[in-house]
Design a binder for this molecule. Structure first.
Ligand SMILES: CC(C)(COP(=O)(O)OP(=O)(O)OC[C@H]1O[C@@H](n2cnc3c(N)ncnc32)[C@H](O)[C@@H]1OP(=O)(O)O)[C@@H](O)C(=O)NCCC(=O)NCCS
Length: 179
């Protein structure tokens, strides 16, 4: 199968559902592969217990967890706390589908803006965020203490506007199209 064909079949097989405690074993496996300083399962459990101000979702293909994402809502702002895809499943549109979920849930829950921090050297993630309308607005020096790397602070503004809904619809349409 071509790369595009394989990607499309993954996108079609994929479901994004709320994260539950039973997903944590798989989430922790991916977390440890993805980050030099992984979150603990205690931290995930604490996040999951704050349902009113959080959205945590997993991407599943059949029974397999292939990625996850988390959002914290503070008044009009949605803070993307994490977005992580199993390394063997990168570039199949999974990060895009997870971010679509967070952005739409954020709007549904009354958020007007989205923000996040991303490693200055993480160009792949920055490219994904730019597609979602995030723009860099500042730098936090030595934000990642384990490596001393800087964080770029990005914001996507006015996500409650219909133009942003149209942007999300276009992103999803492109992902699900056969071309
Ligand atoms: C960032 C991350 C979540 C992206 O997930 P993904 O499922 O691979 O992303 P997608 O397949 O949806 O990619 C969508 C677009 O983002 C951009 N992109 C994603 N990864 C990229 C990379 N490594 N290099 C360049 N562009 C990239 C591309 O524009 C891509 O579209 P394309 O494949 O049609 O070119 C994933 O690489 C990851 O988990 N990385 C480790 C953890 C991490 O850094 N998370 C972000 C913390 S801020």
């Amino acid at each position: 199968m071509s790369d595009a064909g394989e990607r499309l079949s993954v996108v079609r097989a994929l479901r994004v559902v709320p994260m539950q405690r039973r997903h944590l074993r798989a989430v922790m496996r991916i977390e440890h592969e993805a980050y030099p300083r992984p979150w603990s399962s205690t931290l995930f459990l604490s996040e999951l217990s704050q349902r009113a101000s959080r959205r945590y979702a997993v991407a599943v293909v059949g029974p397999r967890v292939v990625g996850y994402a988390g959002l914290m809502l503070v008044e009009e702002d949605g803070h993307v706390n994490t977005l992580t895809v199993d390394p063997v499943w990168h570039r199949h549109g999974i990060g895009t589908l997870l971010l679509l979920d967070l952005a739409r849930v954020a709007v549904t829950r009354g958020a007007r803006h989205l923000t996040l921090e991303v490693r200055a050297g993480n160009e792949g993630a920055q490219a994904l965020y730019r597609k979602f309308g995030f723009a860099p607005v500042g730098l936090r020096r030595n934000y990642y203490s384990e490596t001393g790397e800087d964080a770029i602070v990005m914001w996507a503004r006015d996500i409650d506007d219909e133009r942003y809904a149209a942007r999300l619809a276009l992103i999803e349409q492109q992902l699900r199209s056969t071309k």
